[in-house]
Design a protein around this ligand. Structure first.
Ligand code: F6R
Length: 262
């Protein structure tokens, strides 16, 4: 795992977008795993700008989102399909048929979860998975005690997650759907590369536990310590409780891999 500390949230978001753009330039038919949430808004803004100003080409890219609320159709403003359309899809030249999210309205939800895994496999697996971290340590909607080998499935959401996401539903956590379909921790770990982005002081405590604490299913993001190619990008505020911050700064300043991003 590499932890890259950037001075500001804006720089952290820019770096995440730059790494995605580089992956897409290297492999135009990239299979890109996407996340939603406030943290990603700046990243998608940068990708849209790179498409507009530098013709970054998404025409052969395939995308798979981590999760979707159960019971919300794509027209619902709180759905992740809606979020993705507004934040990214309508601003770049992704083919609609190449964008995948779980169907939260599926009649047979477990069949939908299996089909989602099959679709990922049929595309050759995820090359690069973008991740945020929830206040309870989730990645995707893998709430505490999610099995480290779990696959795409239904999951009940914690009170903390429904509070964190209430703003999208008029501010009341009770209005946030109680269940979602999410890729499993095992599904995420199968990605060839993971990129976790965390910004802001409210992520500092859980981020330090996930990155430097013991691997535990109580904090799904800690499973990323098992991944052979995981980059964690944070701003100074989110890095505030990292014990190894000095060493992580040294990596960014000295390792050749990061030279172009200093
Ligand atoms: C959303 C997702 C979640 C979020 C996490 C952080 O698709 O997978 O794990 O990334 O809850 O959300 P924000 O960025 O809103 O703090």
């Amino acid at each position: 795992m590499d932890v890259i500390i950037q001075t500001t949230a804006a720089r952290a978001e820019w770096l995440a977008a730059a790494l995605i753009a580089k992956a897409l330039l290297t492999k135009p038919h990239l299979v890109l795993g996407l996340a939603t949430g406030r943290t990603m808004e700046g990243v998608y803004g940068h990708l849209a700008r790179l498409h507009r100003e530098q013709a970054l080409d998404f025409s052969r890219c395939r995308t798979f989102n981590l999760d979707e609320y159960i019971g919300l159709g794509s027209g619902h403003p709180g759905s992740y399909r809606h979020y993705m359309r507004e934040m990214l899809f309508r601003h770049v030249n992704l083919m609609p048929e190449n964008t995948h999210l779980p169907d939260g309205l599926a009649v047979d939800l477990s069949a939908e979860c299996e089909a989602y895994e099959a679709r990922i496999r049929a595309c050759g697996g995820i090359d690069l998975q973008l991740l945020g971290i929830g206040s309870d340590g989730h990645i995707g909607f893998n709430e505490p005690l999610s099995a480290l080998r779990s696959r795409t499935r239904e999951k009940g959401l914690t009170r903390a997650t429904r509070e964190q996401n209430a703003a999208m539903f008029g501010g009341n956590p009770e209005d946030v759907p109680a269940r979602a379909i999410t890729m499993g921790v095992g599904t995420i770990l199968d990605s060839r590369r993971c990129l976790l982005l965390a910004v802001g002081a409210d992520k500092a405590r859980i981020l330090a536990k996930a990155v430097e604490g013991p691997i535990t299913s109580m904090i799904s993001a800690s499973a990323l310590q098992l991944h052979a190619s995981c980059t964690v990008i944070v701003d100074e505020a989110a890095a505030a409780q990292l014990e190894g911050a000095e060493y992580y700064r040294w990596i960014l300043a000295n390792e050749p891999e990061w030279a172009e991003f200093r």
